[in-house]
Design a protein around this ligand. Structure first.
Ligand SMILES: Cc1ncc(COP(=O)(O)O)c(C=O)c1O
Length: 491
């Protein structure tokens, strides 16, 4: 026989401002059931009595009871009344008990792979300002043709068929895949079909997707050292074992890698513009790497995050264009060529694995936003992309030169800034006794962003240096940045 209980025992918390009456009553009753103040089997007062007792409208009580019933806290029987369901599990442990239980101890920490992620000193903060000296990998937003982009976006959104508002293709919007295949073929010698293009949310997601598709826990990955932390973290998150390979003036030391870890399954390289040192992988090492990968059956991930920007000599051919054994997987991104918030990148995957990549991609976040992909497609097909990149090539070259000249004039002997031959960032070698970290901290206090080269080191120490981005800063900002560095270093 169920126990009778009245509401005299229940203390109801005051109602919050704006909270609907029925929702408040439902929440209070639910808490009473969960805390055990209303025991399993207890009969609740009738809706009429409860309404009268508290001065509620009866409809309020009915709505609260209905919600409790829908969620399985109570059951109502005509003529018998409403009872708290006999489910001992409702009585959740108190916070003190939770802390002492074994499950709670395991909840005290997060997964080990994320713990290691949190140790990184390489974090890309949300930047609600742009154009700050010397933020790495920020393109020139001041010169981006916003009007042009907005006109295309307005047109695309207005005219897009309704089908573009539905679920899209996990591999990417087909016209964009065609435009990318055509572009990488023409500009980087990457021969591929549109089907081989998988559109991703920037190069970072491309690396994560590659790690998921290509690597099993324990697989070895050669990683340039110093190198791009976003890549090593993606590989480590997949359980892979990252093998740091030192970089010298000719890029990754391939011979040393072959000798030390010949069983690697994947090699990650930035051959056209090594991140962060800016060196080019020499022709000899390219051949050595390609031949080894062909023999060993290993994959080479070629990350061409900013290969469009080369300021002297002929463009460096992509590794993909030299590959005859199908070892190279090419990664590119529009975030550095256009603007970071765009978050569109791509992978050129081997034909036989297109389906695997599409499926893996669809389980990450289904697909990249279709309408943004459509805007980018028009931007490329109408020639604005090519024009913008050509213009930026000149602008970035000028900005790199200005930075090197200003630094040479004002910081000679204390900070040796290289005039970058490619890319959007350069290295500034510290020639005084001040440490990278002190320099970084003081620079930050004075509104500069600089990255110590040590934040890209895995194992092989580098001489002290800063990694400076110049592409996103205009002339004044570059000059101001150099004078701030001068002020810090002259102290
Ligand atoms: C070498 C390298 N690869 C990949 C990325 C990631 O690019 P995205 O912003 O397109 O994800 C970056 C970003 O700075 C990078 O430097």
């Amino acid at each position: 026989m169920p126990k009778r209980e009245t509401f005299q025992d229940l203390v109801l918390e005051p109602r919050k401002d704006g909270q609907e009456m029925w929702r408040w009553l439902y929440t209070e009753l639910r808490s009473a059931i969960i805390d055990g103040r209303l025991k399993s089997g207890a009969r609740l007062p009738s809706t009429r009595n409860l309404a009268a007792q508290y001065g509620f409208a009866r409809g309020t009580v009915v709505a609260a009871f209905q919600q409790l019933q829908a969620e399985g806290f109570v059951s109502s029987e005509v003529s018998a009344g409403t009872f708290v369901l006999p489910a001992p599990g409702w009585e959740l442990p108190s916070p003190a008990k939770q802390r002492s239980s074994r499950q709670a101890i395991s909840r005290a920490t997060i997964a080990k792979r994320t713990q290691s992620l949190l140790k990184t000193t390489f974090l890309q903060p949300a930047s609600h300002s742009v154009g700050k000296a010397f933020r790495g990998y920020e393109p020139a937003i001041d010169l981006f043709p916003v009007e042009q982009w907005a006109r295309i976006a307005a047109r695309v959104y207005r005219k897009a068929p309704r089908s573009l508002y539905g679920q899209g293709d996990a591999g990417g919007y087909p016209p964009l895949r065609r435009a990318i295949a055509e572009y990488v073929g023409r500009s980087r010698g990457v021969r591929c079909s549109a089907e081989q293009i998988i559109v991703t949310s920037g190069a970072q997601q491309a690396l994560d997707l590659l790690a998921r598709v290509l690597l099993d826990p324990g697989d070895q990955v050669w990683m340039e050292d110093p190198g791009y932390p976003g890549a090593s973290q993606a590989f480590q998150s997949a359980g892979a074992s990252v093998i740091p390979i030192p970089v010298d003036g000719d890029g990754m030391d391939v011979a040393r890698a072959i000798k030390s870890s010949p069983a690697a399954r994947v090699v990650y390289v930035t051959p056209a513009n090594q991140f962060p040192l800016g060196v080019v992988l020499s022709a000899e090492r390219r051949v050595e790497l390609l031949s080894w990968a062909a023999r060993a059956g290993a994959w080479i991930i070629e990350d061409e995050y900013d290969a469009e920007y080369r300021y002297s000599g002929k463009p460096i051919a992509s590794l993909h264009s030299l590959d005859r054994s199908g070892s190279v997987i090419y990664v590119g991104t529009f975030t550095k060529m256009l603007f970071n918030a765009l978050r569109i990148g791509f992978i050129v995957v081997p034909e036989r694995f297109v389906e695997a990549f599409r499926i893996a991609r669809s389980f990450m976040d289904r697909h990249a936003p279709t309408l943004d992909q459509a805007v980018l497609t028009e931007f490329i097909n109408e020639g604005h992309f090519g024009r913008h990149v050509r213009k930026m090539r000149q602008v970035y070259s000028d900005r790199s030169q200005l930075l090197a000249e200003e630094a040479n004039r004002r910081l000679a002997g204390v900070l040796d800034v290289e005039h970058a031959q490619s890319g959007m960032c350069t290295v500034a070698w510290i020639k005084t006794r001040v440490t990278e970290m002190v320099l970084k901290r003081r620079a930050e206090q004075l509104g500069l962003e600089v990255s110590p080269i040590s934040s890209f080191v895995i194992k092989y120490e580098q001489k002290p240096a800063l990694f400076l981005g110049f592409a996103g800063c205009n002339e004044n900002e570059i000059k101001r940045g150099v004078s701030v560095l001068e002020a810090i270093l002259s102290r």
